[in-house]
Design a binder for this molecule. Structure first.
Ligand SMILES: C[S@@+](CC[C@H](N)C(=O)[O-])C[C@H]1O[C@@H](n2cnc3c(N)ncnc32)[C@H](O)[C@@H]1O
Length: 253
């Protein structure tokens, strides 16, 4: 997003850091960060956690480890106060209700060293007025899928308050626009469209199995959304936008 992986003002070049990627899935953020750094700067220790271990990459480098860990569960005691940077992307929105999610945030803050930073990156249920009907309806389905597991795409709007309540300092947030449609960089445009269509395919496939009462759109509309979206993605200009919110803060020294 905006080609930036770390918003918290952490000096990644100064010294070897212990970095946690929570909800790591296949470790893509860790790998992206590692490839952004010069080899002699990448002396950090990387830990990826996820509730689902089958996505973990095999044969990670020796400074990188992956662990099955529920963010709502109990962390290894030795992890407490051990991380310089905790990153979590697109996972706050699937960690349950407000209470369990704020508790998950509290437990993550406990994992930070004094002076350590935490950052959350989440999608918001926002589309631009100019976006196509298929894109807008797909976005509605994303929010309703998240709601169906008792969670919410609005947890990120509480994250700044949670971090402040936990005594973090230098807490900031920023809203970024993600563009999955027409852009100058045609290679990136093709990639973004492909990834949006793939995500839509799996999310709409799940939505189609839902009982009507979990959806605000008529169930019969769901298969049509995919067709509309494919048409929109092949029409110039393509308008397909999301907002992402990034929130970060520092544990006091
Ligand atoms: C939408 S994916 C995001 C993956 C990755 N962070 C990224 O940005 O590509 C959400 C991830 O959170 C994981 N997850 C969901 N609930 C979790 C929990 N309670 N504890 C740990 N991981 C969880 C899922 O298994 C999934 O890999």
């Amino acid at each position: 997003m905006n080609n930036k992986l770390v918003w918290a003002p952490v000096d990644l070049k100064q010294s070897a850091l212990r970095i946690l990627d929570s909800g790591t899935a296949d470790g893509v953020w860790i790998r992206d960060l590692q490839s952004d750094l010069e080899p002699d700067e990448a002396q950090h220790t990387y830990v990826g956690i996820d509730i689902e271990g089958s996505y973990f990459p095999s044969g990670p480098p020796k400074n990188t480890s992956y662990h099955v860990q529920d963010i709502n569960g109990t962390y290894p005691a030795e992890w407490k106060g051990s991380f310089d940077l905790i990153h979590q992307r697109l996972t706050l929105c699937v960690s349950g209700g407000v209470e369990s999610t704020s508790d998950a945030v509290r437990k993550q803050v406990e994992l930070l060293k004094p002076g350590g930073w935490i950052q959350y990156v989440e999608v918001q249920g926002w589309t631009a007025d100019s976006d196509g009907r298929g894109w807008k309806d797909f976005t509605t389905c994303v929010a309703e899928l998240v709601a169906s597991v008792g969670s919410s795409v609005t947890h990120i709007d509480r994250a700044k308050g949670w971090l402040l309540d936990l005594g973090l300092v230098d807490v900031e947030e920023v809203v970024l626009e993600g563009n999955f449609g027409t852009r100058d960089d045609k290679e990136l445009e093709t990639l973004a469209k492909k990834s949006a269509l793939l995500t839509a395919q799996s999310i709409l496939g799940v939505a189609q199995t839902f009982p009507q009462e979990l959806l605000s759109l008529p169930l019969a509309r769901i298969p049509q959304i995919k067709t509309d979206l494919e048409k929109e993605m092949n029409t110039e200009p393509t308008n397909a936008h999301w907002h992402y919110k990034v929130v970060w803060g520092k544990k006091p020294q």
